[in-house]
Design a binder for this molecule. Structure first.
Ligand code: ADP
Length: 466
């Protein structure tokens, strides 16, 4: 009973200390993390410095004003009286001033002969005397019997100094009262200014792939913060678009792989049921499975190429070579594999390239194979090479089915195939041109297309040459 009473009493006594402790911890935490508090603290520090400067300036100004008034109202008269009555002085003046000394023109003391004080001839001496001895010294000169004398008159300045200190204390008290009003206003304004940042942080923390379309609220934010939110939102737009493209790509690629697997599965089932003893079914199945696995391997290799490019691990083995060496190879190979079209090859100029020979050849193969694929038998296909400005241009023209305008900008996208080419007979995965584009851009080149439906297409690859 007594123990718990004592504990309660102790708690009551310690409560204010606990509160103070909690306040200090909270304050330190805020000081570390809150920009608003830092801004408020900076403003307050500036305010305190200004108040101190004002207090010091006011008291110095007061002293200067008082001494100036004292000079003109009292000291000049006293100095005149001393000069006129020199070397004898009235009791009146002796009692009015704290002390006075007179020096001849060699600054030897002539009155009171043994004061030991030197002639106070500079403002520094006057200020020193004022600060350390609370004494105000006035210096002047006068003539007596045509001899020049120098005079120092000292007055007790304690009263004036006390007044000036009182004035500066008053200014500081007013400043402190102002601070009490200023403090909540400044911290309120700072917190209001910084408020949107907290909101932005909270929103940003909640963004994951599941709500990747979340954006920061840009209404009502301050100007710079609005800009920051806008930039953040734009960045999120790009990330979201990239993420969606990636998702689409994965889904399309899976789709592409599903067809050959389904075909293979179909043939395997057929073999399982009747094919073991039926030679015709066996052969048909083996051919189909071979075709489909080739198809799958081709697709997977293309997908891997694109994935490597995305990851930035795609390496080019660059070397110096003559472009016509590749063009001639392409000519020879094409003439061998394609006998259904009228083929023309015209290389007007040769040039040296510093590039990955195998990859550049891959680009040309993609373009020539497409021209063959999309041109009906009997059509023309022309491959030409020439120099134009800083580039070596390779043009692949055909008189094939052409590409619709709406498809033109999409054909370089991954797995995209224009509608009229999506038939099984034509084949292809819609990856050739994206790979060609990756390679050409990887060589600081350009790839362009012109086409009109039913008339034909013209692909140009422009590569910088040496
Ligand atoms: P694919 O493997 O399907 O040929 P590409 O990326 O090489 O994939 O081409 C994408 C699409 O661009 C093709 O499916 C086709 O619709 C169109 N295309 C490409 N080259 C030609 C061409 N020479 N003539 C007509 N259409 C073409």
């Amino acid at each position: 009973m007594i123990k718990s009473l004592l504990r309660a009493l102790l708690n009551i006594i310690l409560y204010p200390f606990k509160l103070i402790f909690r306040f200090i911890i909270g304050f330190l935490k805020r000081l570390k993390f809150s920009i608003a508090l830092k801004i408020s603290a900076s403003y307050l520090a500036i305010y305190v410095i200004i108040i101190m400067i004002v207090a010091a300036a006011t008291s110095v100004g007061y002293l200067v004003y008082e001494f100036d008034k004292f000079n003109s109202e009292v000291i000049i008269n006293d100095a005149e009286e001393i000069a006129e009555t020199f070397p004898k002085f009235s009791q009146n003046i002796v009692s009015r001033v704290k002390s006075f000394e007179i020096y001849d023109d060699n600054l030897n003391e002539v009155y009171p002969l043994n004061s030991g004080k030197g002639y106070a001839d500079s403002i520094i001496v006057v200020i020193e005397k004022l600060i350390y001895d609370r004494e105000y010294i006035y210096s002047t000169n006068f003539y007596n019997d045509n001899v020049e004398y120098y005079l120092n008159i000292s007055y007790d300045a304690q009263e004036m100094i006390n007044n000036s200190v009182r004035i500066s204390i008053m200014v500081m008290i007013s400043g402190a009262i102002g601070l009490l009003i200023f403090l909540p206003i400044v911290s309120g304004i700072s917190y209001k200014m910084i408020g949107p940042i907290k909101k932005m942080t909270d929103t940003t923390k909640t963004i994951t792939v599941n709500n990747i379309n979340t954006r920061l609220d840009i209404k009502g934010a301050q100007d710079e913060l609005k800009e920051l939110s806008q930039t953040f939102n734009e960045m999120m737009d790009r990330i979201e678009a990239g993420y969606k493209t990636q998702q689409q790509f994965v889904s399309d690629a899976s789709h592409e792989l599903r067809t050959p697997i389904a075909v293979i599965k179909g043939y395997v089932n057929m073999l399982d049921r009747w094919g073991k003893n039926d030679r015709a079914v066996l052969e048909e199945s083996i051919t189909a499975i071979k075709n489909e696995t080739d198809n799958m391997q081709d697709l997977i290799e293309k997908l891997l190429f694109i994935a490597r490019s995305d990851k930035g691990t795609l390496l080019y083995t660059k070397e110096d070579f003559k472009i016509c060496s590749i063009l001639n190879e392409i000519e020879k190979e094409t003439k061998m594999i394609d006998t259904k079209h009228e083929l023309y090859f015209k290389f007007y100029e040769d040039a040296s390239l510093y590039a990955d020979k195998k990859r550049i050849k891959q680009v040309l193969r993609i373009l020539v194979d497409n021209a063959i694929k999309f041109t009906p038998p009997g059509g023309y296909i022309m491959v030409s090479g020439f120099i134009q400005d800083d580039y070596y241009v390779i043009k692949v023209e055909d008189t094939g089915i052409g590409i619709e305008k709406k498809d033109l900008e999409k054909i370089f996208e991954r797995l995209y195939r224009a509608e009229q080419s999506r038939s099984k007979e034509i084949g292809g995965h819609g990856l050739g041109l994206s790979i060609a584009k990756i390679i050409v851009l990887g060589h600081k080149g350009k790839i362009k297309v012109k086409s009109s439906v039913g008339k034909g297409s013209e692909f140009s690859v422009m590569l910088p040459y040496l």
